[in-house]
Design a protein around this ligand. Structure first.
Ligand code: GLN
Length: 454
């Protein structure tokens, strides 16, 4: 009830929720009360969560914040949300996001932008919460849920966490099932939590992660007790600082934050080493080929027949065209066009195949560093603090928006786990985050190191 009234009071100005499931929340909470009374409480019994609109929730609007999925109600539940409900969690509703998770500011949502609960002191300017999981991050920061599900294809958990002073972890590719998550770029998409602190993120991830026969890329490995790693000593851990992440024009406050993180880890007994990830500079261009290519293929299913919106046409072709022209927003259309182009005969080798090769080189950079004994890598999470809604430069040039992902996309390209932790504030008093990148399936080291930085 407390969360539902908080949502009622704050959501009109924050716009974090696109669907509130009050009736369902109360019914689930009542069942939690009963289970608690009979001593059968699950790990998340009665914990109210918000769910990113990308997760299929049975009988509840699941629209990926796109007009083309207008009023779509799946008849099945995603594996990640099923896992949460099985552990007793309570669903408050569905959270706003960039359309089909394409964006870094939550401004591409059909349901309008999310407003970051943080603002510069003395200013009335509304800031973005980051994206694409902007609703998840804003809802957690404004205490409109105790934690939220999110997804990350190129940074969509970590960048919004950094912009809102929350903790977000993208686990290793394959750790959480993708079944029932609306697909963006299937070889990069991963689910993870956004939570108030490192411990909450660890508790949530343990519930979300599983082996799932319904997703052939989900891994058959036991899920560790992540919470046990929170606060574990980092003495003797080797933390790598990649020199290629010192990008030109990096604001002084980001550099200072990074140095602060290095000092904290050093004081806690970690060994700091400079490392090189030589192919870093190709990550962003390669990502913006691979991700749209996969997206153009995944989004082919929205044809006006199977889901949501349908426009009338003289024949089936015109019906497709009108439905897709009307149903997809500008950024989604841009991705479909780029993706179709790089996959087309004649350009496939020059772009898509090349990008896949670059992806392998990026992955090898990390493998080399980990083989040299590095346990985790520390970088800034984002190149800046949250920016204004409607930022003219970014609106005019999509590539400027893509630059937000400069520190996060390599992690998806290599399939590694990455966590964003709030570590300080900008000179304007806005939250800033650091990122820790780990070995495959070593989320535990990330939780240990993140609790030093937090
Ligand atoms: N900002 C990136 C993009 O628009 C990443 C999005 C994501 O991780 N879902 O592709």
């Amino acid at each position: 009830d407390a969360y539902l009234s908080a949502i009622e009071a704050a959501n009109p100005s924050i716009n974090a929720y696109v669907t509130v499931t009050a009736g369902k929340a109360r019914a689930m909470a009542k069942r939690s009360d009963e289970r608690m009374a009979s001593g059968e409480a699950g790990a998340l019994e009665g914990i109210p969560l918000g769910i990113k609109d990308l997760f299929a929730t049975e009988g509840v609007h699941t629209q990926a914040c796109s007009h083309i999925l207008n009023s779509f109600e799946p008849r099945y539940e995603s594996t990640v949300t099923s896992n949460l409900w099985n552990d007793g969690a309570v669903m408050l509703g569905k959270l706003n996001m960039d359309e089909f998770a394409m964006g870094s500011s939550n401004e591409t949502s059909y349901y309008g932008p999310v407003v970051n609960p943080w603002r510069v002191e003395g200013s009335n300017e509304s800031l973005v919460p980051g994206g694409s999981s902007g609703g998840s991050a804003a809802a957690v920061a404004a205490e409109l849920c105790a934690g939220a599900t999110a997804t990350d294809t190129g940074g969509s958990i970590r960048q919004p966490a950094a912009f809102t002073g929350t903790v977000g972890i993208k686990p290793t590719y394959g750790r959480c099932s993708r079944f029932g998550i609306v697909a963006f770029a299937s070889s990069l998409d991963q689910a993870g939590p956004i939570a108030r602190d490192v411990r909450d993120a660890a508790i949530m991830l343990r519930s979300m992660a599983s082996t799932d026969a319904k997703d052939t890329t989900s891994v058959d490995r036991a899920v560790p007790d992540y919470e046990a790693a929170v606060g574990r000593s980092v003495k003797g851990l080797k933390i790598g600082i990649p020199k290629e992440y010192r990008v030109d024009g990096m604001p002084g406050e980001i550099d200072a934050l990074w140095q602060q993180g290095i000092d904290w880890l050093k004081d806690a007994g970690a060994e700091i080493v400079e490392i090189s990830l030589p192919h870093t500079k190709y990550a962003l261009p390669a990502y913006y080929i691979v991700a749209p290519a996969e997206a153009s293929s995944n989004l082919a299913r929205y044809d006006g027949v199977r889901y949501g919106l349908r426009q009338q046409g003289r024949d089936i072709l015109e019906m497709y065209e009108k439905t897709r022209a009307e149903g997809f927003g500008e950024e989604v259309q841009r991705r479909i066009m780029i993706g179709t182009y790089v996959l087309s005969a004649g350009y496939y080798d020059a772009y898509y195949l090349k990008a896949q090769k670059v992806r392998t080189l990026i992955k090898r950079d990390f493998e080399t560093v980990f083989a040299d004994g590095v346990d985790a890598i520390l970088t800034p999470a984002t190149p800046s603090a949250a920016f204004e809604i409607g930022d003219a430069e970014m609106a005019a040039d999509p590539v400027k928006m893509y630059l937000n992902d400069i520190f996060t996309v390599t992690v998806n390209m290599a399939g590694l786990p990455g966590i964003a932790v709030p570590a300080g504030t900008s000179t304007d008093g806005l939250p800033l985050g650091l990122q820790l990148i780990g070995r495959p399936f070593d989320e535990e080291t990330l939780f240990a190191a993140a609790s030093v930085v937090e």
